[in-house]
Design a binder for this molecule. Structure first.
Ligand code: SF4
Length: 351
């Protein structure tokens, strides 16, 4: 295939034996595995998975908080489907009665409007892709005076996690394949900071050819000595992003420190309600702090999310931990690296 040949030549031109590229987004992780991209690439090109799986970065304490709320009387907990099978300390959401899968936060708001005597709580997980929509839903709830609706604010934002990865000597990343969906909202420029770390990036679509082209562009740019953030998904991603959506996001939320699963607190990597919207904060409404619960012993999800480990290095991978009996969210989520590695075992994860 012509593109593979170009990648091989660009790698040769780099004058080094190998290049490590990180795909930030879980959708890319799954597409790379499904399309066997790792096995197509020349020996020296190594792909590692990054932190962009929303369910995978949700801490054990946050999952337990959602479970505890679902146990309360007169509460309906609404969540995206991927959260249903993640094990908490005591059970899973899929085993509980008062839990409903929704496809958007607006659907949860509709539930609240249908029965104003019941508290409806939406589990707010995800990155910049989903948080503007959640912010818009909160504003709509206020406009329609739907007061029995609230949100668990477990959102994360990508830049500070990437800064952490790029400054970690254990993870030497030469280039980033940047998330197409997030970039539709944030814009390409949002990621310009990565060049401060001597790293290039390319915003990419999700088809195999998009990803291969992104890899080629990264290597060619490195060969030419350029450090830049390219946009190879121009059909939907603009330099400045969706300003209206981002304004809505920051009308309702502001940046805060956030706890990432298996990683710890990353400063300014989450979102909390602004003062004028805090009556929609489910943690305050139900006076429930997020407990500090350690991750399951031996689970390497945190290291995998930071590009430091690969699934086969986990002692539980494929034995104690499988999609049928998952231990950590990386095996549950449809965007999780362990799930991708289990589902497509022919995929070679290089060290
Ligand atoms: S295989 Fe299971 S236990 Fe191991 S890192 Fe993945 S999710 Fe965690």
């Amino acid at each position: 295939m012509e593109r593979i040949k170009q990648i091989r030549e660009a790698l040769k031109g780099l004058g080094k034996q190998s290049a490590t590229l990180m795909e930030v987004c879980g959708t890319h992780t799954m597409s790379i595995a499904r399309n066997g991209i790792r096995s197509l690439l020349p020996e020296g090109v190594r792909l590692v998975s990054g932190p962009g799986c929303p369910v995978c970065v949700t801490s054990q304490g946050e999952i337990q908080t959602a479970l505890d709320l679902a146990e309360r009387e007169n509460v309906l907990l609404c969540t995206f489907g991927d959260m249903m099978r993640v094990p908490g300390e005591r059970g899973r959401l899929e085993d509980m009665d008062n839990v409903k899968i929704v496809y958007s936060p607006m659907e949860a708001l509709t539930e609240a409007e249908k029965d104003r005597d019941r508290q409806v709580v939406f589990v707010g997980v995800g990155f910049e892709t989903t948080s503007p929509l959640i912010a818009a839903t909160v504003q709509e709830a206020r406009r329609r005076k739907i007061r029995n609706f609230s949100v668990l604010p477990f959102h994360k934002t990508i830049p500070e996690a990437l800064r952490l990865i790029l400054s970690d000597p254990e993870v030497s990343i030469d280039g980033l394949i940047l998330p197409g969906h997030v970039s539709v909202l944030t814009g390409r420029r949002y990621f310009d900071f990565i060049t401060e770390y001597g790293t290039s990036g390319v915003v990419s679509g999700f088809e195999a050819l998009d990803i291969l082209e992104g890899i080629y562009l990264l290597l060619r740019g490195m060969e030419e000595g350029q450090r830049e953030v390219l946009n190879n998904y121009t059909q939907v991603v603009k330099d400045e992003g969706n300003l209206q959506a981002m304004n809505t996001l920051y009308q309702v939320f502001e940046s805060s420190d956030a706890l990432w699963r298996g990683v710890g607190v990353i400063p300014e990597s989450g979102l909390i309600f602004r003062e004028q919207y805090r009556d929609f904060n489910a943690l305050e409404r139900f006076s429930t702090p997020v407990p500090d619960i350690p991750e399951p012993e031996g689970c390497l999800c945190g290291r995998i999310l930071m590009g430091k480990s690969i699934p086969p290095e986990c002692p539980w991978f494929g034995t104690e931990c499988t999609p049928q009996r998952p231990i950590g969210p990386c095996m549950v989520s449809s965007e999780g690296t362990c799930a991708a590695c289990y589902k497509y075992p022919e995929v070679v994860f290089k060290r």
